[in-house]
Design a protein around this ligand. Structure first.
Ligand SMILES: [Zn+2]
Ligand SMILES: [Zn+2]
Ligand SMILES: [Zn+2]
Ligand SMILES: [Zn+2]
Length: 358
C-alpha cells in the first residue's frame, strides 16, 4: 500500500528531482560525494557494518600479489580443506608489518557471523638511492608481470645476471687496498685486470696490482670466477665505465623486499667523478589491510583479506617460495582431473578468481 503511495507521489516532481533513499545511504558511504551513476551504488559491498569495498574476488588458493584499489578489494578465500588457514595471509609478497588493531566484529558479507578483524599496513619496499625515476615514482594496484619495467626488475634480480656478478667483483677490488708492504709502507697500487698465459695455452684472468713485480709476492690477487664480463670489468677498473653519460650508472632497478637486511645495492654508481655504491632506502606505503577470520571457521570456512589504497611503490620481488600455492594448485588440478568437474586447471591458474554463484 505504501509503495503505491510512493509511486503516486513521485509523479509530482521531475525524475531528476527524486532522491532515492538507497542512493542517499550510498552517498554517505562515499563521504560527501554523490554517486555519479547508479552503477556506483550497486558496486559497493558491505563486509562489516563499517567496511565497504568495490570489488570482491573469490579464490581457492592464496594469492601472492593481492590486488588493491582506492575503494577497496576484498578477497574471499574458500579455505575448506586447507591445512593452515593463515596461508591466505602469509603467502603474500607484500610486507604487512606489525598488527595495528584487532577486534571482534560481525561480518555481514559472510551472513552476520562473528569474526576477528586484524588490521595491518603495507610496509613498502626497499630501493637504491640511485633508483630509476620510473621505478621511484611507480604506483600500482595490481601486478603486471609482463610490463617492460617488471621485466627489467626481474632481470636485475636474477642471480646469474652477468653485469651484477661483474659489478660485485669490481666492487670487491675497489673497496680493498693491496696489502703488500714495502719498507713498512702499504702498497698504493691500483687493481688492474691481468692474465696468466700458461705453457699449455690456457689463460687465467685475475685482478692484480699495478705495482706488482716478478720478485714480489703477496700483492693483490683476486680470482675471477665464471660469469664475469671481462670487457665490462676492464672498463670499470680503468674508470671508463659510464664515463660518457650518467645513464647506466644512475639508473638502478634494484628492488628488495622490506625484510632485506642489505644496506648497499650491488651496483657501482657515479656521483660526479667518484664511484659510490648505492645506499638502500625505504619506500613506505599507506595501503591498509584487514584480515577477517570467522571465530567458528569450521562452520564458515572462509577468510577475507581487504586491501584499501594504492601501493606507492613498485611490487616487491618474490622473497619467499609460496609452497602452499603450488601444492594447493596441484591438489585442485588433481581434483579437477579426477572429478572431471568444470574447474579446469587453466581456469584455476589464469583466473584464480571466479564469480560466486552461491
Ligand atoms: Zn643501485
Ligand atoms: Zn700492490
Ligand atoms: Zn604497498
Ligand atoms: Zn565464493
Amino acid at each position: 500500500m505504501s509503495s503505491m503511495m510512493n509511486m503516486v507521489n513521485t509523479n509530482f516532481v521531475d525524475e531528476e528531482n527524486i532522491i532515492y533513499e538507497e542512493e542517499l545511504n550510498a552517498a554517505e558511504l562515499n563521504n560527501t560525494r554523490l554517486p555519479e551513476s547508479e552503477d556506483d551504488v550497486e558496486e559497493i559491498y558491505y563486509i562489516t557494518k563499517q567496511m565497504t569495498v568495490k570489488t570482491i574476488i573469490h579464490s581457492l588458493t592464496p594469492i601472492e600479489y593481492p590486488p588493491t584499489s582506492k575503494e577497496g578489494v576484498a578477497i574471499v578465500y574458500h579455505v575448506e580443506g586447507w591445512n593452515n588457514v593463515e596461508e591466505a595471509f602469509t603467502d603474500i609478497q607484500y610486507s604487512m608489518g606489525k598488527p595495528c588493531g584487532q577486534h571482534t566484529s560481525t561480518c555481514s558479507y559472510l551472513g552476520d557471523v562473528t569474526i576477528e578483524k586484524k588490521d595491518r599496513t603495507c610496509q613498502g619496499v626497499k630501493i637504491c638511492e640511485f633508483a630509476n625515476s620510473e621505478l621511484l615514482e611507480m604506483n600500482h594496484e595490481s601486478v603486471n608481470t609482463d610490463s617492460d619495467l617488471q621485466l627489467k626488475v626481474n632481470k636485475e634480480m636474477s642471480e646469474d645476471n652477468i653485469e651484477n656478478v661483474t659489478f660485485a667483483v669490481y666492487l670487491a677490488a675497489f673497496k680493498t687496498k693491496c696489502r703488500y708492504m714495502r719498507d713498512g709502507v702499504q702498497c698504493a697500487g691500483k687493481p688492474i685486470l691481468k692474465c696468466l698465459k700458461r705453457k699449455d695455452n690456457t689463460t687465467t684472468y685475475f685482478i692484480g696490482c699495478s705495482e706488482w713485480n716478478f720478485n714480489e709476492k703477496f700483492h693483490r690477487f683476486i680470482n675471477i670466477k665464471e660469469n664475469v664480463d671481462l670487457n665490462l670489468l676492464r672498463q670499470l677498473l680503468d674508470g671508463l665505465y659510464g664515463g660518457e653519460s650518467e645513464e647506466p650508472t644512475n639508473d638502478c632497478y634494484t628492488i628488495l623486499p622490506n625484510s632485506s637486511k642489505k644496506t648497499l645495492c650491488s651496483h657501482p654508481h657515479r656521483t660526479g667523478t667518484t664511484i659510490k655504491q648505492g645506499s638502500i632506502i625505504q619506500k613506505t606505503c599507506g595501503v591498509k589491510y584487514s584480515k577477517i577470520i570467522p571465530l567458528d571457521i569450521k562452520s564458515c570456512p572462509y577468510v577475507i583479506l581487504i586491501s584499501k589504497g594504492i601501493h606507492s611503490h613498485p611490487p616487491p620481488p618474490p622473497s619467499r617460495v609460496p609452497l602452499t600455492i603450488c601444492s594447493r594448485l596441484q591438489e585442485l588440478i588433481h581434483q579437477a582431473n579426477d572429478n572431471n568437474s568444470d574447474i579446469t586447471p587453466t581456469h584455476i591458474i589464469t583466473g584464480n578468481y571466479y564469480t560466486n554463484t552461491q
